[in-house]
Ligand binder design. Structure first.
Ligand code: PHE
Length: 340
């Protein structure tokens, strides 16, 4: 009987089925009603009591070895068929899944930062949750002045006021407070305004603002720097024009238009027939702002500008609705993926 057990154990170990059906055949042959192991167990009842212990152990070992072997072979086969079976062509090319891509706002922000880096600007950062001083007071917004209504604000606390920044000019205040001129910084970041959501406005958007302070900085420097930016961003044929405007922190102030790159200035529905697109605000830093930030306004002058990244991205990519940037719809976003 021991010899039979050992023989069966070897057969279990050496069992290499070539087809799935052989596994079940093997199981029936050993463990079925008339199987060889079943027969051994029947015989076991008749063996001498002093042999029972040893033989019982051996038969149990054989039985579980056989079951383990059969079960693991079955598992192997079903895993292989779930993976496409052994008949698949493994040299077949894979499917090109969309691996994700940069968000269009990031693409445009990086491009802006890069253009201004060529003019010597470095990037400065600051908090999105700000105090009244850095968003308004240091920037020459008198308390309760209607100029504050231009930027309707999300307040977190009142007295003292803690709020979500409405523009990244707050970063410029922080830079002026901590650095000595010459200062040349670009401030990209997320800003918040309490505006009704429509296709033209959104309560969260992104800005890039710039600041240049040194001795003898003039309005001509401002104009030339922004012309350079417009040409790099919208093409070398681009023209700019400046229209007088008002900001509390700049004097004089201007809005800048760039020639419409969609119709080449002839007039289309995007530029509403004017040939011009408004893209940013700018001006010479008001001496009150320099003084509030500890910079001597008799010695230094400077200019500042600020623009919305969404606006530039919409013009550059022909996007008609600003909300598309915030919906995370992959059908929209994947259009900005680099070609594979
Ligand atoms: N901070 C202004 C805004 O958010 C933009 C601006 C910046 C205008 C610098 C002029 C100079 O509307």
């Amino acid at each position: 009987m021991i010899a039979k057990i050992e023989e069966l154990l070897r057969r279990v170990e050496d069992f290499r089925p070539k087809a799935e059906a052989e596994i079940e055949e093997f199981r029936i042959k050993l463990l079925g009603k008339k199987g060889e192991i079943t027969a051994l167990m029947d015989q076991f009842r008749t063996v001498a009591p002093e042999m029972k212990r040893e033989l019982g152990q051996k038969i149990n070992t054989l039985k579980s070895a056989a079951l383990d072997r059969i079960n693991s072979l079955k598992e192997e086969i079903s895993a292989a068929s779930a993976a496409g079976g052994g008949t698949d062509d493994l040299t077949r090319p894979g499917t090109n899944d969309y691996p994700g891509s940069r968000h269009p706002i990031s693409i445009v922000r990086n491009e802006m930062v890069e253009i201004f880096a060529r003019l010597g600007y470095t990037v400065a950062d600051g908090p999105e949750i700000e105090d009244d001083w850095h968003v308004f007071s240091a920037l020459n917004f008198p308390e309760d002045h209607p100029a504050r209504d231009m930027q309707d604000t999300f307040f977190i606390e009142k007295n003292p006021d803690i709020l979500l920044r409405t523009h990244t000019s707050s970063i410029q205040v922080r830079v002026m407070e901590t650095q000595k001129p010459p200062i040349r910084v670009i401030c990209p970041g997320r800003v918040f305004r309490n505006e009704a959501i429509s296709s033209r406005s959104h309560c969260i958007f992104h800005q890039v603002e710039g600041l240049y302070i040194d001795r003898n900085v003039s309005f001509a420097d401002l104009k030339q720097s922004l012309l350079y930016f417009a040409k790099k961003m919208f093409g070398e044929d681009s023209k700019i024009r400046l229209r007088p405007s008002f900001f509390p922190f700049t004097e004089p102030s201007a809005e800048m238009d760039v020639s419409c790159n969609l119709c080449g200035g002839k007039g289309c529905n995007v530029c509403k027939g004017t040939g011009w697109l408004e893209i940013l605000g700018c001006g010479m830093v008001d001496p009150n702002v320099l003084e509030a930030c500890g910079i001597d306004s008799n010695e230094y002058t400077g200019f500042a500008f600020g623009m919305g990244i969404e606006r530039i991205a919409m013009l550059k990519f022909g996007v008609r609705d600003i909300r598309l940037f915030f919906e995370n719809d992959v059908r929209f976003l994947r259009q900005f993926a680099p070609a594979l």
